[in-house]
Design a protein around this ligand. Structure first.
Ligand code: HEC
Ligand SMILES: [Cu+2]
Length: 344
């Protein structure tokens, strides 16, 4: 059997030190990743915090199991290893021990399941009465956001008031997508022909990153969105600006662009409220395109340079883009850019 005295003490201390260093390294990784924009560690809503609390419980339980396994494995292999005059210790067919290390993990996993299922039930369950409803619709490869009570439709930028529960109804127009804002919400699938939902109450004004979290085709990685959480005042002002019909430029380059918008067939895929011809529903609504911060499913900043690049050849910028290359000339693009940015 094993050594006794100081050598056994050294083995135990060494095992504990190695275990402590491993756990410490994991903790450092944990803390470091808390500082990234898609972190879940800094929850900015009630239900994101609920999910984070479940994660913390699991992290601590799993950490304790890991530390125990490492420490025991090290200590046993130091103390009971084979050396001259001593056989390595091996245990076969001990039913009590085997029962113990089968039941223990089952119990631990069962204990983790309780807060997990509870959090899922809360997050995807009934939202508070005074919630603001937003319908998020997944398209290959962008998110549409509708506010049924307010009559507003937008894409890629989701604007919300702070401290009010938000009920997000999740739908899809084509394949399965998934709605995920790490700092605000859980991750719930958007399934064609079936409405899912989740709710959360943002508690901090700011800008948060969201993305599709279910592989949905070629440009899945380019299917992103931003959430802007505003004070109630700022949110109301934003709603007012979105309710207005689109500008209709009378003269100049923008007016030429409005004509081009019809001639190039853009109207078949895009809606511009106030332009009676533009009623397409294949691409994002463009009524207030100029007020959006990003374009092409949140892929790039909404700047003139990127918009030109987009209009020149959408699939070259975004692989698989449903908007085709329309072979526009530079003059046509000039006028379209002027028109699109008149749509504030
Ligand atoms: C066959 C349908 C179709 C036609 C025709 C079409 N588009 Fe699009 N458009 C789309 C789709 C789909 C998207 C979204 C692509 C994505 O992000 O993956 C899009 C995106 C855009 C965007 C970015 C909007 C945003 O919020 O990200 C602009 C701007 C745009 N189109 C302008 C035009 C203009 C101008 C024309 C005419 C020259 C045009 N489109 C013709 C389908 C079309
Ligand atoms: Cu997707």
């Amino acid at each position: 059997m094993g050594r006794s005295g100081p050598r056994r003490m050294i083995a135990i201390v060494l095992s504990l030190v190695i275990t402590a260093v491993t756990v410490w390294l994991m903790y450092i990784a944990f803390v470091d990743s808390a500082d990234t924009p898609q972190t879940t560690y800094q929850a900015m809503s009630d239900n994101a915090q609920l999910a984070q609390d479940v994660y913390t419980i699991i992290f601590i339980l799993a950490g304790a199991v890991m530390a125990g396994v490492i420490a025991l494995t090290l200590a046993f292999s130091f103390i009971y290893r084979e050396r001259p005059g001593q056989q390595a210790l091996q245990i076969h067919g001990n039913s009590k021990l085997e029962l113990l290390w089968t039941l223990l993990p089952v119990l631990i996993v069962a204990a983790m399941a309780v807060p997990t299922f509870n959090a899922i039930a809360v997050i995807t369950g009934d939202a508070p009465e005074d919630s603001l409803e937003v319908k998020a619709v997944g398209y290959q490869w962008w998110f549409q956001f509708q506010y049924p009570e307010l009559g507003v439709v937008t894409a890629s930028d989701l604007h919300l008031p702070v401290d009010r529960p938000i009920l997000v109804k999740l739908e899809s127009k084509d394949v399965i997508h998934s709605f995920w804002v790490p700092q605000l919400s859980g991750k719930v699938d958007m399934v064609p022909g079936h409405t899912n939902q989740l709710w959360f109450t943002p508690n901090t004004v700011g800008e948060f990153m969201g993305q599709c979290a279910e592989f949905c085709g070629l440009s899945h990685a380019n299917m992103r969105f931003r959430v802007f959480v505003h004070t109630q005042e700022d949110f109301d002002a934003w709603v007012q600006s979105q309710l207005a019909e689109a500008a209709t430029p009378e003269e100049g380059l923008a007016a030429a662009g409005a004509q081009q918008f019809t001639m190039s067939g853009c109207i078949g895929c895009h809606t511009v409220r106030g332009n009676a011809l533009a009623m397409g529903v294949i691409g994002p609504e463009l009524t207030h395109f100029g007020s959006r911060t990003r374009l092409a499913g949140g892929m790039v900043e909404n700047t003139e340079v990127e918009l030109r690049r987009w209009l020149k050849n959408p699939p070259a910028m975004k692989p698989g883009s449903i908007m085709p290359n329309l072979n526009l000339t530079d003059e046509q693009i000039d006028s379209l850019v002027a028109y699109l940015y008149s749509l504030q």
